[in-house]
Design a protein around this ligand. Structure first.
Ligand code: ATP
Ligand code: MG
Length: 342
């Protein structure tokens, strides 16, 4: 192994440029280049669990495809476990697992168990280890009753759990997850998150997680990287991202009756009133408790709930916040606060 333990995944100014042909007239075609990933550098240590987030089209999936060797970078240097993924894709495949939430790696018409049997052969997993891993994973992800069901008959959440098992049968050291909770209900999401937490804690599996769900990140990742227009614009702790984005949570308050906007001083401001229901925005870094106590003491409170900031809103605010360059994302520097990215 040529790479030090401290950098299991290593990207140095990695780029991916796609040539896109676009029709501009009856016979006219225009060749355009899309810079999907633009000089991205980062390191991930063994055993880290890192969130990789950003708006649609930011370049997240493209990065993951380069990390698996499916796509070859147009420039820069990329290593996973000391291996150049696009040059030695097969060798790397034995050490990584991938789950693409948008599409399955399972055989559509076959029962789930048959896909696993095929992987057993494909990855040449020793019999004992295969059995042991299969039993453990099937139990943890609660798939025992579904092993004989053809994949196309599974619900999205069941299929996703099936895909996660498939990605882990060969004991990969690193797991890339590209939106593993997309379309899952609350219970399935919780199950998948719990499973990933255990996998990381018990096996030390390195995890790179792409998601649009801020709760995935909050519950799983101490470090988060934000990509926008192919550029890394933030690398650090989630708390720092909230600060950088001046993100706000929303307290939704149901009063006994319609009242003028609640006065909460500096702590929060009313952003919407609809009959007896009022919405108050307050800084995500602040605790909701004093605010709730303040309101409960002065207003006839029936019910309340707290809404977490939407991840896109946090990023958008960080990227376009007043006081920034005002030029939008491409000119911005990466924000790298102290924590989590040494
Ligand atoms: N094979 C391809 N050919 C041409 N352009 C591509 C190709 N794959 C991706 N792109 C473009 O590269 C950019 C980044 O796409 P990518 O799929 O990496 O985004 P993403 O961050 O995963 O977005 P999402 O959140 O929607 O999944 C987009 O502009 C996309 O249109
Ligand atoms: Mg994607």
């Amino acid at each position: 192994m040529t790479v030090s333990e401290s950098a299991f995944i290593e990207l140095d100014r990695v780029e991916k440029v796609f040539d896109v042909r676009r029709r501009t007239g009856f016979l006219k075609r225009e060749l355009r280049q899309v810079r999907a990933v633009d000089a991205i550098s980062f390191r991930v240590a063994r055993g880290e669990m890192v969130g990789y987030i950003g708006p649609n089209g930011a370049g997240k999936s493209t990065t993951i495809k380069m990390l698996t060797g499916i796509l070859t970078p147009s420039g820069g240097r990329l290593r996973v476990a000391g291996i150049d993924p696009s040059r030695e894709r097969t060798r790397l495949a034995h050490r990584i697992g991938v789950v693409f939430g948008q599409r399955t790696t399972l055989w559509w018409d076959l029962p789930l168990i048959d896909s696993y049997r095929l992987m057993h052969r494909m990855y040449r997993i020793p019999d004992g280890r295969y059995r042991e891993n299969l039993d453990r994973l099937v139990e943890l992800l609660d798939l025992a009753a579904l092993l004989e069901v053809p994949v196309r008959q599974l619900s999205l959440g069941q299929r996703m759990r099936g895909d996660i098992v498939a990605a882990l049968l060969h004991d990969p050291e690193v797991l890339y997850l590209d939106e593993p909770t997309i379309g899952l209900d609350v219970v399935s999401k919780a199950r998948v998150r719990e499973f990933l937490r255990e996998l990381n804690a018990e096996r030390g599996t390195t995890v790179l997680l792409t998601t649009h769900d801020l709760q995935d990140i909050e519950q799983l990742c101490s470090r988060v990287m934000v990509i926008d227009h192919g550029r890394l614009v933030y690398d650090g702790a989630l708390a720092g991202l909230h600060e950088a984005g001046e993100s706000e949570r929303t307290l939704v308050v149901d009063l006994e009756r319609e009242l003028p906007p609640i006065e909460a001083g500096e702590a929060a401001r009313v952003v919407k009133v609809e009959g007896p229901r009022q919405w108050l925005a307050f800084p995500a870094s602040a605790s909701a408790a004093p605010l709730v106590a303040h309101i409960a003491a002065r207003y006839p409170l029936v019910d309340l709930s707290v809404r977490e900031p939407d991840i896109e809103a946090v990023i958008a605010k960080m990227l376009y916040a007043p006081g920034g360059s005002g030029e939008g994302p491409p000119e911005r520097q990466t924000v790298v606060p102290g924590a989590g990215n040494s």
